[in-house]
Design a protein around this ligand. Structure first.
Ligand code: LMR
Length: 344
């Protein structure tokens, strides 16, 4: 596993191998069960959104539940708002055992498997219920373990919500996006989606987006209501089009060696705590986003554009050719399964 992680993440590999040479415990080292009876098991869990978002709240809930089950034995250190590291860095840090848990946007896993790109196909999922049906299906569940050999063991999926388009002018039809610089996550599909509407995509870490919008490094972006509100994008984006054109959700994952090395009772207990937190968080993600939308409306800083059926059809028509472009890489069967979840 370390060898494959080293191929994928060469910079960190150099650091880690250097560390191993100094006689320290190697990264990815599982805790010894004897020690775990006397020393607390620490789970470092960084993420990039604010604590008030669906992800922030669910991570805090998991911490509460896990620590209540194992008082003094398990400590979960949640670091919100990219205060510890960016999403990209956290993928490397997890694979090398520098941190133990992540909840990173599904869009960022395309560097490890193209199958996850199914979640980024524009207008594939009509709503969170459809996403949830797909994630619970055998195809969705198989994705969880699909990158374990790369040092990342998926345990479950968390929702954020559906994406909206924000910009410096009203974006009613795709032509309105022409020539605008859009920040996108590190995802080739999202890049292609913006190119399809005539915009210029710029991949960027979440933690840099507010400033990039404020200073004009980028003009526009796509995100969920909860991220638009909690990261204050609405303060620097005068127009928000309610397009619901894509999904943001997370793979909650652990370092596989760390997880395997946990005492059996702790691993089982943490799995139960995670299942409980997941059910709680996913059930309220939509409400958290709607509340964030109301807060944006109340702020009167951005005008919210409601798209009519014809306008939505235009976005769909222009973005959908991206599906064909990525079909072979993702797998037509997986796309069909995801689509079927939208039409139960
Ligand atoms: C983004 O980068 O826009 C999102 O993935 C952030 C997040 O974690 O919701």
């Amino acid at each position: 596993m370390l060898a494959s992680a080293a191929r994928l993440f060469p910079v960190l590999a150099a650091l880690v191998l250097g560390m191993a040479g100094c006689g320290k415990e190697g990264a990815g080292t599982a805790p010894r069960s004897a020690d775990s009876r006397t020393q607390p098991i620490v789970i470092k869990f960084p993420h990039v959104t604010a604590a008030a978002t669906p992800k922030g709240q669910t991570a805090d809930r998991f911490k509460q539940l896990a620590e209540a089950r194992f008082p003094g034995r398990v400590t979960v250190e949640v670091y919100p708002s990219a205060q510890l590291m960016s999403d990209s860095d956290s993928l490397e840090a997890l694979a090398f055992g520098e941190i133990q848990m992540i909840a990173v946007s599904l869009s960022l896993f395309d560097r490890l498997t193209q199958k996850f790109q199914v979640f980024d196909l524009p207008f594939l999922f009509p709503d969170l219920a459809a996403v949830e049906r797909f994630q619970h299906s055998p195809d969705g569940q198989r994705l969880l373990a699909s990158i374990t050999d790369k040092g990342i063991r998926g345990l479950t999926f968390w929702h954020n919500g559906m994406k909206q388009l924000t910009g410096p002018r009203p974006l009613r039809v795709p032509e309105d996006a022409r020539g605008l610089k859009f920040r996108v996550m590190e995802s080739d599909i999202l890049q292609a989606q913006i190119q399809a509407v005539g915009g210029s995509p710029q991949k960027m870490d979440f933690g840099e987006v507010y400033q990039a919008l404020q200073t004009g490094t980028v003009d526009a972006q796509e995100n969920t209501w909860s991220n638009i509100f909690s990261s204050k994008f609405y303060e620097v984006q005068p127009f928000i089009s309610e397009s619901n054109h894509g999904y943001i959700g997370y793979l909650v994952a652990v370092n596989p060696d760390f997880w395997k090395g946990l005492p059996e009772d702790v691993r089982t207990g943490l799995e139960a705590a995670l299942a409980e937190a997941t059910e709680w968080g996913n059930a309220r993600a939509e409400a958290v986003n709607q509340e964030a939308k109301q807060n944006v409306v109340a702020s009167q800083r951005s005008e919210i554009i409601t798209l009519n059926a014809d306008e939505l059809a235009r976005w769909r028509e222009v973005m959908q050719p991206v599906w064909k472009q990525f079909e072979a890489a993702i797998g037509p069967d997986l796309i069909a399964a995801a689509q079927a979840a939208g039409n139960p």
